[in-house]
Design a protein around this ligand. Structure first.
Ligand SMILES: N[C@@H](CCC(=O)N[C@@H](CS)C(=O)NCC(=O)O)C(=O)O
Length: 202
């Protein structure tokens, strides 16, 4: 098994945090996305979309998409559960994972992709769209602050993949000057807790 990782990118970090929480070690190789190693034919043969991370299993199967990689490890090592415990809980975690991805992490990443020099010449950037995404991400962080009024974690009483996804999104947002407003006390408290877990260093 091999994890194709990247030390500088948020989705690979999501998998690393997930693995750290589970106490799983996986051999990994760093793909240098700054040097576009993820666009070399050898990597594209494994993942034609070129994104990192990917997990290569011993039978040669490739699992791309960070949540799918997390799902694999949730099934192979269920404890501690990070994607729900029963039908009700799994559905609630999935709901919050998708909400965090679509409402916050995705706009943060699109703000970066459409405005940052890193993607100049790599994709067709639309800076105006990036600005809209940035505004959207900031609005949705305010919404999440309200959601966190009466529960410690995004999906309830337990730390889950939804928290990991929000954490990697928020940390990556700094590159585009998207930050938690200190006035948002619930989100600030949540951030302090999740970022002080040892796994956050992954
Ligand atoms: N939905 C995919 C996203 C994969 C993706 O776009 N990864 C980014 C890093 S977070 C990447 O490879 N960026 C470099 C590039 O697109 O060239 C996942 O969750 O794994």
């Amino acid at each position: 098994m091999k994890l194709y990782d990247s030390a500088v990118a948020p989705n690979p970090r999501r998998v690393r945090i997930f693995l750290a929480e589970k106490g799983i070690e996986v051999p990994s190789v760093d793909v240098n996305i700054v040097k576009s190693e993820n666009r070399h034919p050898a990597f594209l043969a494994k993942n034609p979309l070129g994104g990192v991370p990917i997990l290569e299993l011993d039978d040669g199967a490739i699992i791309a998409e960070s949540t799918a990689i997390c799902r694999y490890f949730e099934e192979t090592k269920p404890d501690p559960p990070l994607m729900g415990t029963d039908a009700r809980d799994r559905a609630i975690v999935e709901m919050w994972l998708r909400r965090v991805e679509f409402q916050v992490a995705f706009p943060i990443m699109e703000a970066f992709r459409n405005t940052h020099d890193f993607f100049k010449g790599r994709i067709s950037q639309v800076p105006e769209y990036g600005a809209v995404c940035k505004k959207r991400a900031i609005q949705q962080l305010a919404w999440l602050d309200g959601e966190l009024t009466d529960r410690p974690f995004v999906a309830g009483d337990r730390y889950t993949i939804a928290d990991i996804t929000l954490l990697i999104g928020v940390d990556f947002g700094r590159v585009s000057d998207i930050r938690i407003d200190p006035e948002h006390k619930n989100l600030t408290r949540w951030y302090g807790e999740v970022s002080s877990r040892p796994s956050a260093k992954a």
